[in-house]
Design a binder for this molecule. Structure first.
Ligand SMILES: Nc1ncnc2c1ncn2[C@@H]1O[C@H](COP(=O)(O)OP(=O)(O)OP(=O)(O)O)[C@@H](O)[C@H]1O
Ligand SMILES: [Mg+2]
Length: 395
């Protein structure tokens, strides 16, 4: 290139690359739109994928309606959740929400493949997971042996990672509000996937919904949420703690009756912990497996920290992930929360006491203070507890 041409070229370069940039942006936009559009399925396609919602294809039914197994024309196996028609949510809102949620991607969160809002029907299409949900194995007498300690520990760690993503690392903050064994799906390699994230926002709480949901989530709800509607990330932390105790003990909190006087799984676990007998809590089905005692003990202590009555005392999911990755000396858990429990805090004790050995201010912070929550209850507000009122709060 001659000198004047070189000069001309260098002068034009920024404009050329700017034009190129705009073209690339347009292309990205078009690709994003095309990708988005592929998430919309016709009712007919889903009906044919599920053999017209044949009862043999039904995987189960929860508070929102039945779930069917299906196969798309391209060979992909899917689970189709057919939402009950009683939902009062508008089509536009549903589509917006489904679009938003289909951008949530993490290896421990179930993938939303697409959605359909057609002919008065609203459906959500998920990846199909052959091992289905954790409850079907953990609470099944003949199947719980399939879950050795390593698998259980990996499930606990995976769920913690998924929740951390929903709380902190995704583009929108999501409070799940319904963490429980039936909402943890297991893939072929037993990797856990959190399901039904954001469903609370998808459905306004009508009567049917409330009834079913209360029955469905009994035993997992944090007392401050259940009794006062106080919603924060710590509501999920509480449910996660319950789930961990269930995974370790093989006992279902909502139907726990090992000891009449124990007032539920949480209190039973706490009493055993206090008396230095926490090994008695471990699922008998794990008996034949080699247990990593210290790891089991750490998980029990971590779970008890998560289910403490005072939400401010509970760790964040970031704290939990640290405990699982690099266990240090954890704090002594205080009394677990259950409806009717009171909690009081010592004067000046305003920080989360999840760990004695870590005082990292950023890790004890609740990200809810700076981000907008997606799953906000229709009748409640998201709260970061006011420290001055904590010592007098009564449940
Ligand atoms: N993606 C999926 N892959 C495989 N099985 C699934 C999938 N999604 C749901 N299921 C199965 O369908 C059943 C019903 O799911 P659904 O979420 O409707 O009910 P639930 O979890 O029991 O209650 P809730 O409505 O409170 O979430 C689950 O127990 C699970 O075993
Ligand atoms: Mg579910």
């Amino acid at each position: 290139m001659t000198k004047p041409n070189k000069l001309l070229d260098s002068l034009l370069k920024p404009f050329k690359s700017h034009k190129k940039g705009i073209e690339n942006e347009k292309k990205d936009d078009l690709e994003a739109i095309a990708a988005q559009e592929q998430k919309v399925f016709s009712f007919e396609a889903l009906a044919s994928a599920t053999r017209y919602f044949h009862p043999e294809n039904k995987l189960g039914e929860g508070g929102f309606g039945p779930v069917y197994k299906g196969k798309l024309d391209d060979g992909r196996e899917i689970a189709v959740k057919k939402l009950s028609k009683s939902s009062r949510q508008g089509k536009r809102e549903f589509v917006n929400e489904a679009r938003l949620l289909s951008r949530v991607q993490h290896r421990n969160v179930v993938g939303l493949i697409g959605y359909c809002a057609d002919e008065g029907e609203k459906l959500l299409i998920y990846e199909y997971h052959p091992n289905q949900s954790l409850d079907k194995i953990l609470f099944h007498t003949n199947r719980r042996q399939e879950l050795d300690w390593q698998k259980r520990f990996d499930i606990i760690s995976g769920v913690a990672r998924g929740l951390l993503y929903l709380h902190q690392d995704s583009h929108i903050m999501i409070i799940h509000r319904d963490i429980k064994a039936s909402n943890i799906l297991l893939d072929q390699k037993w990797k856990p996937k959190i399901a039904d994230f954001g469903m609370a926002r998808l459905f306004p709480e009508d009567q049917t919904h409330v009834n079913t949901r209360v029955a469905g989530t009994n035993g997992y709800m944090a007392p401050e949420y259940m009794m006062h509607g106080q919603l924060s990330l710590k509501v999920d932390v509480f449910s996660f703690g319950v789930l961990v105790l269930e995974i370790i003990s093989g006992q279902k909190n909502s139907s726990f009756d090992l000891q009449a006087d124990s007032r539920g799984l949480l209190n039973w676990a706490w009493k055993l912990w206090k008396n230095g007998r926490c090994s008695e809590m471990v699922d008998m089905a794990l008996g034949s497996f080699k247990l990593v005692d210290e790891q089991v003990k750490m998980c029990i202590q971590m779970a008890l920290l998560c289910v403490q009555a005072d939400p401010a005392q509970r760790p964040t999911m970031a704290n939990v992930s640290q405990m699982l990755a690099r266990p240090g000396t954890l704090a002594e858990p205080t009394r677990p929360g259950y409806p009717g429990v009171r909690y009081g805090r010592k004067r000046g004790d305003r920080t989360s006491s999840y760990s004695k050995s870590r005082s990292d201010a950023s890790s004890s912070g609740d990200p809810s203070s700076s981000r907008t929550a997606v799953a906000i209850a229709a009748t409640t507000t998201t709260t970061t507890t006011n420290p001055s009122s904590r010592s007098t709060d009564v449940f």
